[in-house]
Design a protein around this ligand. Sequence first.
Ligand code: FAD
Length: 372
Amino acid sequence: MEQFCQDKITKIAIVGAGPSGIYCALQILFGFKEQNFSNFKLLIFDKAQALRTILPTGGGRCNLTNSITDIKEFSKNYPRGEKFLYSLFSRHFNFDTLEFFETIDIKTYTQEDGRIFPKSNSAKDVKDKMLSALRKFKNVELVNKNIVSKDELKSFDRIIICAGSKGTSELIESFNQPMKPFKRALCALKIKDFKYPKGVSVKSLDGDFIFTSDGISGPLAFKISSLNVDKNFPYNVSIKLFDVQQLFELIDHNSKKSIGNLISTLIPKSLAQVIVDDFDKKAAEVSKRNIEKYSVLNLEIIDNANQGEIVHSGGVELNSVDKNCKSKIVDNLWFCGEILDIDGLCGGFNLQNCWSSAYVVAKDVIYSIINK
Ligand SMILES: Cc1cc2nc3c(=O)[nH]c(=O)nc-3n(C[C@H](O)[C@H](O)[C@H](O)COP(=O)(O)OP(=O)(O)OC[C@H]3O[C@@H](n4cnc5c(N)ncnc54)[C@H](O)[C@@H]3O)c2cc1C
């Protein structure tokens, strides 16, 4: 391949060996291999162990992605970044990711709710397989180093930052790249005047949640925290516990039974005992207004709790990068993964942002080198 015979070796730096960094590295390595190009050196910097952050995902099972097939439907699961992702997903979507994983021996299955997991049900297995695929290449090196300023990356021709959201502001600021402050999303929530039954799970019309010792956790709590990330505490939420028409029908057929017992057929009894003031009153004697009141749980959210999937909203502003996640401010600088101002709900959406943005960046980096 004569056209690629350059004297100078192209030096590429990836900062962050999390899911997005390692996936980006693999896409670069496989891409160059396909093009028969080897005149490069790829260094991946991480202040900690590579792929350490994938280990707790999906409760240790690693919810790799989601099976929704329509790009727009899929993108609706991102409170921030929805439209930006259309373009990334049109170039690398969930099925492309699964195809790639298959090539590195990560086989997957789809759960009933659409979440996709490795067949091994093990995030550690995903970590091991990704790193073992990486180790098969010669021109790549993992370097244990905390990068705090652009000055440390001066000698590189291409720089990709995929350092996630924890403690990366200083590095981004050193590039003068505009960014929104990071805020925690997808976390459990603390509730004012907590009086609910600890450990009880509820399947509400708005989603599933569980009462903790001082608030709520589970998919609905995470969604509430994500959708309200820019609100100041305290704020109020109303959760539709059950279909009130269903209760009216139950009352029509069981008017002599107590309202508490009828509501206990729709939600856990221990919760009904807390929210229904006239629990033992005959259902037919309870006012329509009260019956409607019991179908909704009003909560005052006073803080985030340190529990949950905990991704962060905020990060590199999307209007400061092009459609390939390349900086519009600094030459030869790209971003991928959670460091971008993109975050999704629970269900494999955050990792899919990592895979898709990493792929697009890798392709653009390859293009910028081979076609320069
Ligand atoms: C408990 C938990 C469970 C989750 N479960 C899921 C799930 O099942 N499915 C899903 O889709 N998402 C899940 N997520 C979210 C998902 O883990 C993240 O979106 C994803 O890890 C982001 O990947 P990333 O590579 O962009 O950043 P990170 O995973 O944060 O990786 C960044 C890497 O960069 C390194 N780094 C940071 N700064 C520097 C620096 N200055 N110099 C050198 N290295 C640096 C860090 O050490 C780290 O290794 C979960 C998150 C949590 C916390």
